[in-house]
Design a protein around this ligand. Structure first.
Ligand code: TYM
Length: 344
């Protein structure tokens, strides 16, 4: 496999209720990667319409995710922030990938099975083909690294399979068109740290999710200090004090989750957190967790509120980002057309 210049791509769906899982699993990492990589961060509005979503909500949510990116510390001048539907090459390459991916591959996607449930005859074709669009998002920029939470791991593996199959199926044409041995990189997921899968505050066996009916299950990026404090105080725990060693978290999903959240917010490891709090009961630990959570989240929430007052500014950021994204995506798509044999 030839080496490709490093480039980061990731996306967040504008489906409402951005929460601590999105922040720790993805957005916080997006911010950090700016120091070492060229980064492209996308509000994936075309993914959001795979399930019904009223247009006014979609519009508001796109602004909300954009504001969250900026408030968290993404620099839209040095890097690229845009919304997917403004760069038509995503949809074009997704169609090509629909013809590369196999039904059997998509049939194995656990997230589709979870989302479709018993209703699989009645969900959109888009929900099924969703991972091919996700592969197109990444590969239309020939991105090499993709920071995501644990729940996206299987989709990333599928993106690699699609890239590999395209490279194999069209190997002769890729070489004949002057692109050497492989046209697409095999993108690497970046899934590390103590909070790659943040769980519900009400049930340590369920993922923290924007669709959970209970708002007490998650910390939203828009929550104010009092709400953050109240939700943490009410978070489910067990009756034992915190263990001093990592092994003591086994079989204690709620304790494990809160320790992971603390560690990620404070920039420590879980072992370091247990070193400090091992043997203490939850009330002291929760008070300290409220402090780190408020310190991390309150400024982001406050800045989001400010940014959301000026939707013109947010739209200007998206338009500028889309123009720069298109400059990268258009020649890639032209090359794909030549490789496939389309006449242009
Ligand atoms: P989405 O919008 O559901 O979530 C955005 C990001 O947040 C992460 N995440 C979590 N991380 C830890 N714990 C949690 N409880 C938690 N919940 C969500 C997700 O893993 C994700 O990184 N399909 C993607 C969006 C997408 C994309 C892409 C991502 C579309 N195209 C291309 C990367 C590259 C999604 O639905 O994420």
């Amino acid at each position: 496999m030839p080496s490709f210049p490093p480039r980061v791509f990731s996306g967040v769906q504008p489906t409402g209720n951005l929460h601590l899982g999105n922040y720790l699993g993805a957005i916080k990492k997006f911010v950090a990667l700016q120091a070492t990589h060229e980064c492209i961060y996308c509000v994936v509005d075309m993914h959001a319409i795979t399930v019904p979503l009223p247009p006014a909500d979609l519009r508001a949510n796109i602004r909300e995710v954009t504001a969250a990116f900026i408030a968290a510390g993404i620099d839209p001048k040095k890097h690229i922030v845009f919304n997917q539907s403004q760069v038509a090459e995503h949809a074009e390459l997704a169609w090509v990938f629909n013809c590369v991916a196999r039904m059997g591959w998509l049939n194995r996607m656990t997230q589709f099975k979870d989302k479709a449930g018993k209703n699989s005859e009645n969900v959109s074709v888009g929900l099924f083909a969703y991972p091919a669009l996700m592969a197109a998002d990444i590969l239309v920029y020939r991105a090499t690294h993709v920071p995501v939470g644990e729940d996206q791991k299987q989709h990333l593996e599928l993106s690699r399979d699609i890239a590999q199959k395209f490279n194999n199926d069209f190997a002769d044409s890729i070489a004949a068109c002057g692109h050497g041995e492989a046209f697409f990189p095999l993108p690497e997921p970046l899934i590390q740290g103590p909070a790659t899968r943040v769980m519900s505050l009400r049930d340590g066996s369920k993922k923290m999710s924007k669709s959970d009916a209970s708002d007490y299950s998650r910390l939203n990026l828009s929550d104010d200090r009092d709400t953050i404090a109240q939700k943490i105080r009410k978070a489910k725990t067990d009756a034992e004090p915190l263990p001093s060693e990592l092994a003591g978290l086994a079989g204690r999903p709620e304790a494990d989750n809160l320790v992971g959240i603390f560690a990620a917010l404070a920039g420590e490891s879980k072992a370091e957190v247990l070193n400090r709090f091992g043997g203490q009961n939850f009330s002291g630990f929760k008070a300290a967790l409220v402090d780190v959570a408020v310190d991390a989240l309150d400024p982001i929430g406050a800045e989001m509120k400010q940014l959301l007052k000026d939707s013109g500014h947010l739209e200007a950021i998206l338009n500028d980002g889309a123009a720069r994204a298109r400059e990268i995506a258009a020649p890639v798509m032209t090359a794909v057309k030549d490789i496939l044999g389309f006449v242009r």
